[in-house]
Ligand binder design. Structure first.
Ligand code: DX5
Ligand code: ZN
Length: 247
């Protein structure tokens, strides 16, 4: 299966929820991931933070390798200078790798290098590449990168901590990013990451996000399976209603 085939598979299923696993009960990670599989999720989001790009430190390649799941591993690298580090995340089994445009002066090169790598889970497919923008980063930075990415992630919070409030200007940024992609005639998915909860996920889906990351609102320490199912249904209902209104 090529990158294009994976992209087509994901696009057909969009909008998709990608659940952030770092707020899961990490001492029972296997059981927690099984719940997400039971919920019918396709993507698991892993926030890798090095304590330099953002103050928090989280996990590394060994954590990703330890995640035994058939779901796609959507790895979000909030790390400084990823060029020499991405290979270890690919080797650990990442299916999708998103780097921050702010994290390297050679971010185009990072994406080129990623584009040449083989997926450790399936040698026939590559790695879906994403570029992430902090809320304060102008969208114009994505223009020279559109030939090197399959996804654009717009952070709806300042990265580093779960459970923050969704920054409302993100909605306008999704619309402008969609226009830029259309104008460039590219096939690029738009992701939203951070601050997505039960109360706003339908709105985020209606804003046009293809991939919606939500972590602490699913792994809330009480009912992760119900939360995951709620998020999946809310996204489908929101878009389903929108599509029927536009027909
Ligand atoms: C930014 C990360 C997000 C975040 C999860 O910090 O990229 O994935 O921690 O956000 P919540 O918990 O708000 O869904
Ligand atoms: Zn993230």
């Amino acid at each position: 299966m090529s990158v294009k085939a994976v992209l087509d598979e994901i696009r057909r299923a969009c909008p998709l929820v990608s659940v952030g696993v770092l707020t899961a009960d990490l001492m029972n990670l296997g059981d927690e991931l099984k719940l997400m599989e039971t919920a019918g999720l396709r993507l698991l989001h892993v926030d890798v933070i090095d304590g330099c790009f953002c103050p928090m430190m989280t996990v590394g390649p060994r954590f990703i390798k330890a995640m035994k799941t058939p779901l796609y591993k959507d790895v979000h690298l909030m790390i400084e200078e990823p060029l020499s580090k991405v290979e270890s995340y690919v080797a650990a089994g990442a299916d999708m790798i998103t780097v921050h445009v702010e994290s390297s002066r050679h971010v185009h090169r990072v994406l080129q290098v990623l584009g040449a790598m083989t997926n450790a889970n399936d040698p026939d497919r590559g790695i879906l590449r994403g570029i992430a923008l902090n809320p304060g980063t102008p969208l114009e930075v994505i223009a020279p990168l559109m030939d090197e990415v399959e996804m654009i992630f717009l952070l709806a919070v300042n990265p580093g901590w779960g459970g923050q409030r969704f920054i409302s200007s993100t909605g306008e940024r999704i619309g402008r990013a969609r226009q830029m992609i259309r104008k460039a005639k590219k096939d690029i998915l738009i992701g939203i990451d951070g601050g997505v909860t039960r109360s706003n996920i339908a709105d985020v889906a209606r804003m046009g996000a293809d991939i919606i990351v939500t972590g602490s609102a699913v792994f809330d320490g009480r009912r992760p399976l119900d939360n995951a199912r709620f998020m999946i249904d809310a996204v489908k209902d929101a878009v389903g209603i929108q599509r029927s209104e536009s027909e």
